[in-house]
Design a binder for this molecule. Structure first.
Ligand code: TPP
Ligand code: MG
Length: 322
């Protein structure tokens, strides 16, 4: 790994971490309202996999979407303004945390219904294939989605039609307060669901950004060469509760602390960079400082952006009564 790439990966992971820590603080102050699901602990997945995509590729994800959006290059000012519900947000403040969206980046959301975006992802991939366009779809979802019918219907159609799509399972081992052992009959083998559809799949350590990068690269190359869909299961852990409203009483503090101490993706990558003489501590501290400034600026931007006027309350809102 060269110095510039290492700096970029570290910068992006720290940016996501600090952005979300700031979101958590602003939620407690009542500046951010509604639901807020933090991605803290899972940053290596978004950064390692999205860094391999090109601009023609599409991303679609679930409500834990800040990390994917920032890794794709969404302007943090606009993302924070969206979380504040302000007019300068990516959806003019109407989407909020769970619905970050940026069509210029082919970033197709932020979706709140578990598994609900998988058929949409298949539709986008079908469009790419039918129109003979370049690109593929990277579709992220959690372990809570794999027992939904939509997961299986989407996997089946993607395989049947040989679509350019990567099903990216972020297995953080919990769906709200339920451990995957209590929701899946064969919890160690979720990636093997792909076998049913004749689809290749792999299971990786999602806390190691280089492993994530390598497996994404391999999968993307296969699809670019004309290969069909595949599935990646990345093992990970969310360091915070399911959402800000979750006191996390269903898991032991020791479990959380052990993951934080031993598997923090940012610390693991820093150690890798020090051991291999890629970055110095001074350089990583400098990155930390640069991100701090960026986050301070995006909070100011969101604070200073106006609230939408009431007159636009129904603007661009789909209303079945009309
Ligand atoms: C169809 C549907 N059922 C239930 C919910 C409520 N719900 C929101 S998040 C969630 C857990 C999903 O867990 P997982 O897919 O593992 O994602 P994670 O939150 O761990 O990233 C549930 C059950 C929902 N939003 N949609
Ligand atoms: Mg989960």
């Amino acid at each position: 790994m060269d110095k510039e790439t290492a700096k970029k990966y570290l910068f992006d992971m720290i940016k996501i971490r600090q952005f979300e820590e700031a979101c958590g603080r602003m939620y407690m102050q009542g500046k951010i309202k509604g639901f807020l699901h933090l991605y803290i602990g899972e940053e290596a997945i978004a950064v390692g996999s999205i860094s391999e995509l090109s601009k023609d590729d599409y991303i679609i994800t679930h409500y834990r979407d800040h990390g994917h959006a920032l890794a794709r290059g969404m302007d943090p000012n606009k993302a924070m303004a969206e979380l504040y519900g302000k007019v300068d947000g990516t959806s003019r403040g109407k989407g909020g945390s769970m619905h970050l969206f940026d069509s210029d980046l082919n970033f197709m959301g932020g979706h709140a219904i578990v598994g609900g975006h998988l058929p949409i992802a298949v539709g986008i991939a079908l469009g790419i294939k039918k129109q003979k366009r370049k690109g593929l779809v990277m579709c992220y979802f959690g372990d809570g989605a794999v027992n939904e019918g939509e997961f299986h219907e989407s996997m089946n159609l993607a395989a049947l039609w040989d679509l350019p799509i990567i099903f990216y399972l972020e297995n953080n081992q919990y769906g709200m307060g339920t451990h995957v052992k209590r929701s899946s009959a064969n919890p160690e083998m979720l990636y093997k669901f792909a076998d049913l559809y004749g689809m290749p799949s792999t299971k990786i350590d999602g806390m190691d950004v280089i492993t994530v990068r390598d497996s994404a690269r391999e999968a993307i190359e296969k699809i670019r060469k004309g290969g069909g869909p595949l599935l990646i299961e990345a093992m990970t852990y969310r360091f915070r509760g399911h959402s800000m409203a979750d006191p996390s009483e269903y898991r032991e503090n020791e479990e959380v602390q052990q993951w934080q101490k031993e598997k923090d993706p940012i610390e693991l990558f820093k150690d890798y960079c020090y051991t291999n003489n890629i970055l110095t501590e001074q350089e990583t501290n400098q990155i930390n400082g640069e991100v701090k400034t960026l986050i301070k600026e995006c909070l100011e931007f969101a604070e200073n952006s106006p609230l939408p006027d009431m007159s636009v309350a129904e603007d661009k809102i789909y209303n079945t009564n009309n």
